[in-house]
Design a binder for this molecule. Structure first.
Ligand code: TXA
Ligand code: MG
Length: 337
């Protein structure tokens, strides 16, 4: 379906969207699969292209904080304060929804998740299309979010008419999702804006239990998407916590045919003899976030039967988002070595 000889540009993508089509666009976090948020049929096409369960709601992207009242029924002072500080940027705010937002976008919830993205290409498309854009990450449901146009094509070529190539994404993990319809506000998904930054603006912020562990019994996560196994290569992933030499000894002791290791750049020598993919330097949380999904995709090959992953020990700043994505990829399986 894609015309490789004619790369998508802002004008052609905006035209596709105005005509009721869908297209993949870069954001500063990950690539999104965008379409008119006000048209239930378009939203249905987004779910179909991704193979996404319809109980997992989409984020509505708008051009500026001034558009909030057109999608949200009420805009509390806290939302204005967050918008002033972090928009445009990697923060999604959950607010009471207006009826103009179709049930399909919110999966029937009475709330809507809204964000003003920072990427210039996405902003130009928003202005040219003149409509709020629903956009989940532009991957097939279950795989790691795409951080390059090549990742999008790998997952969705033949299923969507266009990808606007904006180069690799700056942040590399999805936006932070915060629910302002609860008191105190609740962090539903850690991302490019840290919990510490949210607390500077909001004071007390609770962390949804789904961020840090498997939910017990029939407990429901605040963000429906957090209940799915996500970000995951086909092979099972285990997070290895502890000293690097003990971690290498642990992998060796398993006696597996084709284990692969995801680790920090400086840990590569400790895992000599294994297939190793690195995703950045241990102390550089922003670099780890940027490299994580590409590394998980590189490990997703049929001959790799087991993946052992090294994860930042600190749970602050962007490390919290990296830990959350890795623990979810591992279905919260952790070996303390
Ligand atoms: O960075 C991002 O947020 C990217 C780019 C494209 O903007 N988008 C993205 O969308 O990650 P998606 O659909 O992959 O993730 C949206 C998350 C899901 O966990 C979903 O359950 C949650 O937001 N969500 C959406 N609407 C919600 C609502 N009304 N209440 C609670 N959670 C909601
Ligand atoms: Mg997603």
């Amino acid at each position: 379906m894609l015309d490789a000889g004619r790369p998508a540009d802002v004008a052609s993508v905006a035209a596709i969207l105005r005509d009721g089509g869908i297209a993949a666009l870069p954001t500063e976090t990950v690539y999104g699969l965008a379409g008119n948020a006000l048209d239930p049929d378009v939203v249905g096409a987004i779910y179909a292209a991704k193979g996404r369960p319809s109980d997992n709601p989409l984020i509505v992207h708008v051009a500026s904080a001034e558009d909030l009242p057109s999608v949200a029924r009420t805009v509390p002072a806290a939302a204005r304060a967050l918008a002033d500080r972090f928009w445009p940027g990697p923060l999604t705010i959950v607010l009471p929804r207006r009826d103009v937002i179709p049930d399909r976008v919110t999966a029937g919830l009475d709330t809507v998740a809204v964000r003003v993205p920072a990427h210039e290409a996405f902003r130009a498309v928003l202005r040219a299309a003149g409509m709020p854009l629903a956009a989940p990450s532009a991957n097939r449901a279950g795989s790691p979010s795409p951080t390059t146009a090549a990742h999008v094509l790998h997952d969705l070529d033949g299923r969507i008419p266009a990808v606007l190539d904006g180069g690799p994404c700056d942040v590399g993990v999805e936006s932070t999702v915060v629910d302002l319809t609860r008191t105190p506000p609740r962090l539903l998904r850690p991302g490019g804006v840290s919990l510490e930054q949210l607390r500077e603006v909001l004071g007390e912020v609770e962390v949804d239990p789904a961020v840090v562990g498997v939910l017990a019994g029939d407990a429901v996560p605040g963000a429906p998407g957090m209940k799915y196994r996500h970000y995951a290569p086909t092979a099972p992933v285990v997070v290895l916590e502890g000293a690097v030499d003990a971690a290498a000894a642990y992998v060796r002791a398993q006696g597996l045919d084709h284990p692969a290791v995801l680790c920090f750049d400086e840990e590569r020598p400790a895992f000599a003899g294994f297939e190793v993919v690195t995703y950045g330097s241990a102390g550089d949380a922003a670099g780890l976030a940027r490299g994580l999904f590409d590394a998980l995709r590189a490990l997703d090959r049929p001959e790799v039967t087991h993946i052992f992953a090294r994860c930042p020990a600190a749970d602050d700043g962007l490390n919290r988002a990296v830990r959350n994505r890795l623990l979810k990829a591992a279905a919260f399986r952790v070996a303390a070595v």
